[in-house]
Design a protein around this ligand. Structure first.
Ligand SMILES: C[S@@+](CC[C@H](N)C(=O)[O-])C[C@H]1O[C@@H](n2cnc3c(N)ncnc32)[C@H](O)[C@@H]1O
Length: 282
């Protein structure tokens, strides 16, 4: 028996069949590596791949590849949220809590690379931003766990979004445990700005590559759509394998292109493994 047709011709061109899209989504979510990811994002990638005329098996593989590149590849080991909750709950003082947090932050490439200069990083990016009422962390990874190093006033609300439902549930629990106003929630940034009111600072830390991999126009769209006075946009200064492949020059050029035609004030900060731009829209 031949494979089901994945697309049908309509007035607008190739329209993927909803049942076929759903079968790709179910196949992708059946894999433990992708099971917690936002089904709406998986469905939109599945529709994109089927629209290219791919067969179901090929579409499943392509969607998995793209989710690997944009999310799953950053984990050094699979996350253990239940175990982490227990460890954080058991931490009896600040030094033990920070040691536990550092060992959790080690498990994700993006936060692991930042550990050697964590306090300096936040001191630099928040310097001179008086009375911060709110921070929005877009594609947060495990970054909200760095709150004890951020030096934010207790009343500053922290909003964080990502595409992994279990990760976000864990981070929401963590924010509540810290007594921090705000929340962590599932949001696919390809769908635009998350539903949060005007914030003082929006973080887009090491998001350019993974967003570009899903939609090359996504980052520029977010800069226009997210309601924030200040954006902190960062890029990795080396590849996941630890090699410098001229990435700093490449991302500096990416940032120039992003800002061209926008009359925004820009500051640049160079850390050993991260290139950071702070942009004010006013
Ligand atoms: C390179 S990591 C950066 C994590 C964090 N910003 C940091 O620097 O520590 C990319 C993050 O973006 C998330 N992500 C990927 N695609 C996304 C999307 N479409 N919407 C929201 N988050 C996404 C991934 O799950 C992952 O946590």
């Amino acid at each position: 028996m031949g494979e089901r047709r994945s697309v049908a011709l309509s007035g607008d061109g190739l329209q993927p069949n909803a049942m076929v899209v759903e079968s790709v989504v179910q196949a992708v979510l059946a894999s433990p590596k992708y099971a917690a990811l936002d089904p709406a994002l998986v469905a939109s990638l599945a529709a994109q791949e089927l629209r290219k005329g791919r067969r179901v098996k090929e579409a499943i593989k392509k969607v998995k590849d793209r989710l690997h590149q944009s999310a799953a590849s950053y984990w050094k080991v699979p996350p253990h949220y239940a175990r982490w909750r227990v460890a954080l709950e058991a931490a009896e003082d600040e030094p033990v809590l920070k040691a536990q947090l550092q060992s959790i932050l080690q498990t994700h490439h993006s936060s692991r690379e930042r550990l050697p200069f964590l306090a300096d990083f936040y001191q630099t990016i928040f310097a001179g931003l008086a009375s911060l009422r709110s921070v929005l962390d877009l594609g947060c990874g495990l970054n909200p766990l760095a709150l004890p190093w951020m030096g934010l006033p207790t009343e500053t609300a922290y909003f964080a979004c990502d595409i992994d439902r279990e990760q976000v549930a864990f981070l929401d629990w963590w924010l509540a445990r810290q007594g921090r106003r705000g929340r962590a929630f599932v949001w696919n940034l390809l769908a635009g700005a998350p539903p949060v009111e005007l914030v003082d600072v929006a973080l887009l830390l090491k998001m350019a590559t993974c967003l570009a991999q899903l939609d090359p126009a996504a980052l520029a769209r977010l800069l226009d759509e997210v309601r924030a006075s200040v954006f902190v946009i960062s890029f990795p200064a080396q590849s996941l394998g630890g090699r410098d492949k001229g990435m700093v020059a490449h991302y500096a050029a990416t940032m120039d292109a992003l800002l061209s035609g926008r009359n925004w004030r820009v500051e640049r900060f160079d850390f050993s493994t991260e290139l950071v731009f702070r942009v004010r829209k006013d």
